[in-house]
Design a protein around this ligand. Structure first.
Ligand code: GLU
Length: 415
């Protein structure tokens, strides 16, 4: 049975790239492990007056290229190994789009869907009360991830500023616009991914106008993939899903209608004029583009052979296992790997930090155009590397990103 521990998977992916790059042993060993990790326990008073105790994590994986950067996830299945894997992937992601940042990630093991608004605020502030001592715009900068929002970033920023007694908006990104957030951050992950799909379609000679897409997940990322696949690429999104299951309509699912239904009922299922499908069916659907936009390990050796999409655009982190990667490659399915496809979020987070540091804000047009330049350039570097070495795109992306981080460590004299 394959080991689905995300950190073990991240290490295996790195090992393969290190071998191909003939990376020296010291650089390889250093890149296999996080530089620093913090695990903390903190109390939160619940609405009923009782105190509940939570586990928080922050992993600073590698900062050779700049301060660590990466989101904070609130999820019941969060473990130190998930955070380690996500922090490693952030390291490759920032190098991939060539921004001067390293990789980090944080999380809390909790189910935010069971918390009231005020409990969520006290949880966010409690996290920052513990984490503030190792967070700073020149050390490590958090952001949103699964189940964390601009409002949560605002509470965390406020807590930090209360502790420090001064304004420091650049210590966290993904903030609301009113508090120093960037235009275009909300849909940046999906938009960046859409740009890579647009570029891939040129390479593969696929006409996306009227072509079909399926989106797994309708959260921070998936909902915007649904919207932008329609608005920017003219695609027909025939299926979307969330934790409760999916919906299908061969004529396409209207974005506004789906969003309104989800906001009203909490989930996408049971929308008028749609057929219910399972998440498994959604992943195996015969569509032009599949957007896994949920969690890790969705495409494994068990279902990879059933995937029928022409392009798999990984907006989630770690949705495909190494075994599945090989199967997809042999089947001729073109994968746009996670830390390339979903790098738009951190790219606009970086733009947000830049704007915070000089207190002058860009229009959404400027953000979109600069994001497009970054994503297009990153996409081309991966595609070319893949073609040159006749390898799948994930390994190609690893080769580009890992060599950049290794070079920075070498220049610093670490290895
Ligand atoms: N959580 C996002 C990711 O996985 C964004 C990170 C950031 O903006 O720092 O890429």
């Amino acid at each position: 049975m394959t080991n689905l521990n995300p950190f073990k998977i991240a290490q295996r992916q790195l090992d393969e790239a290190a071998e191909k790059l003939q990376l020296d042993i010291a650089a390889h060993s250093l890149l296999r492990e996080p530089l620093r990790e913090y695990v903390f326990t903190f109390p939160v008073r619940m609405d009923d007056g009782f105190v509940k105790v939570f586990k928080g994590y922050r992993v600073q994986y590698n900062d050779a290229r700049g301060p660590c950067k990466g989101g904070i996830r609130f999820h019941p299945d969060e473990t130190i190994d998930t955070v380690r894997a996500l922090a490693a992937w952030m390291t490759w992601k920032c190098a991939m789009v060539d921004i001067p940042l390293g990789g980090g990630k944080g999380g809390v093991t909790c189910d935010p869907r069971l918390l009231s608004e005020s409990e969520l605020e006290r949880l966010a502030r409690g996290y920052m009360r513990s984490a503030n001592r190792f967070i700073s715009d020149d050390i490590d900068v958090p952001a949103p991830d699964v189940f964390t929002t601009p409002q949560i970033m605002a509470w965390m920023m406020d807590e930090y500023e209360v502790i420090r007694g001064r304004h420091q908006p650049g210590i966290i990104t993904g903030k609301p616009l009113e508090l120093g957030g960037s235009a275009g951050r909300g849909d940046a992950t999906a938009r960046g991914g859409i740009f890579t799909v647009r570029e891939a379609s040129k390479m593969l000679d696929i006409n996306l106008k009227g072509a079909t897409a399926a989106v797994q997940g309708h959260g921070n990322v998936g909902q915007f993939a649904h919207q932008l696949a329609i608005d920017l690429l003219g695609m027909k999104v025939v299926a979307v899903s969330d934790v409760k299951g999916g919906i299908y309509n061969p004529d396409g699912l209207d974005f506004e209608e789906t969003l309104a239904h989800r906001l009203e009922t909490g989930y996408v299922v049971n929308m008028k004029g749609t057929r219910s499908i399972s998440n498994k069916e959604l992943l195996e659907m015969d569509v032009d583009v599949l957007f896994p936009s949920a969690l890790e390990n969705m495409i494994t050796e068990k279902n990879a052979d059933n995937i029928k999409a022409k392009i798999v655009a990984e907006l989630a982190n770690g949705p495909t296992t190494p075994e599945a990667d090989n199967i997809l490659y042999e089947k001729g399915i073109y994968v746009i790997p996670d830390f390339l496809c979903n790098a738009g979020g951190v790219t606009v987070s970086y733009f947000e930090q830049v704007q915070n540091s000089y207190g002058y804000y860009w229009t959404s047009e400027v953000v979109h155009q600069r994001l497009d330049e970054k994503m297009t350039k990153a996409y081309r570097s991966v595609h070319e590397m893949g073609q040159k070495h006749k390898i799948h795109n994930r390994l190609a992306a690893y080769m580009v990103a890992v060599s950049r981080v290794a070079e920075a460590m070498k220049l610093r004299g670490w290895v």
